[in-house]
Design a protein around this ligand. Structure first.
Ligand SMILES: Nc1ncnc2c1ncn2[C@@H]1O[C@H](COP(=O)(O)OP(=O)(O)OP(=O)(O)O)[C@@H](O)[C@H]1O
Length: 288
């Protein structure tokens, strides 16, 4: 694997003023040796503005997770470049520019639920009282206040995932990278957390890159839905979602029902579905 150069524009390690949250330029990622090459991504260009919420959707194996991992500096591109707030993905990771919530909750089993949520704050040097207050606030948000002193193995998979989401939000990151974070949850919890994500995003103005298999989820959450094609993974279509979310997720019990029945929502769902079908990726829409 040869990595792309990761030198920064501007002073090393500083966030470029006015820079996009994510700027992916001509990125390719090839796995394996010459005889068994898998071209997971090819010629991918994607810009996510500060504060924008962009979903990636496409059939299994089209490279959604790979793209997210490149942004998170968990992997390096074979070609092209990835920049986060104007600096390299590595510098952004070291500066804790983003929070991550992936399919696997990835909690530390020896720490309590609260201590897991507090972890990013501890790394950031937040004092004990501040950490506890923020963790308890986030655990209330994801409906787990009663489990703060439990350990992860005492929780269901869905509950563990909610802890991971709370942890990703702990340090109020400017960018959230989320890989099917609600995939394992029951429908009611999923809709609740989708609505809360909109609310959190409105409050924090964080940019979000969100991988999902669900067309309604992508449309409900996103300013733009990026439709990817099967291998080699490329961006084939971008659907703008111009729905008015100002009334969505008004309170903790709101699940965004008004938005989900809105004519513009229904039309956008149809548009994304058409885009997936045009690309011959009918299997992508496997969620309600
Ligand atoms: N570490 C790796 N080594 C070899 N091949 C890999 C590796 N990671 C991913 N791939 C391959 O790259 C392609 C893209 O995988 P990726 O996980 O990004 O797809 P995806 O769109 O997220 O899939 P899903 O929707 O099923 O999660 C697949 O063909 C996968 O087998």
């Amino acid at each position: 694997m040869s990595a792309a150069p990761t030198s920064s524009v501007g002073p090393v390690g500083t966030r470029a003023r006015g820079a996009a949250a994510v700027e992916v330029t001509a990125v390719g990622r090839v796995f394996g040796g010459r005889s068994r090459e898998v071209v997971a991504l090819q010629d991918v260009d994607l810009t996510v503005a500060a504060g924008e919420l962009v979903s990636l959707i496409g059939p299994s194996g089209c490279g959604k997770s790979t793209l997210l991992r490149l942004v998170a500096d968990l992997d390096e591109p074979t070609s092209g470049s990835v920049r986060v707030f104007g600096r390299s993905a590595r510098e952004a990771r070291l500066a804790r520019d983003y929070g991550i919530a992936f399919q696997q909750a990835g909690l530390l089993p020896w720490r309590t639920v609260r201590a897991n949520v507090e972890l990013p704050l501890a790394l950031a040097g937040t004092g004990r009282a501040g950490r506890r207050e923020r963790a308890d606030e986030l655990l209330a948000l994801v409906g787990l206040s009663d489990f703060a002193d439990h350990h992860p193995d005492q929780l269901s998979g869905g509950m563990q995932q909610r802890v991971a989401i709370a942890r990703a939000l702990a340090d109020s990151p400017s960018l959230l990278l989320m890989d099917e974070p609600f995939g394992a949850l029951d429908e009611m919890t999923r809709e609740h957390l989708q609505a809360q994500l909109l609310r959190i995003r409105a409050e924090t103005r964080a940019a979000v890159v969100f991988v999902t298999h669900s067309i309604p989820e992508a449309v409900f959450l996103s300013d733009r839905v990026v439709v990817m094609s099967p291998r080699p993974g490329r961006i084939r279509d971008v659907v703008e979602v111009a729905i008015d979310r100002s009334g969505a997720a008004a309170g903790p019990d709101d699940v965004g029902d008004d938005l989900r029945t809105d004519a513009a929502f229904v039309a956008a769902v149809a548009e994304v579905r058409d885009a997936l079908r045009r690309d011959g990726t009918r299997r992508a829409a496997d969620a309600p």
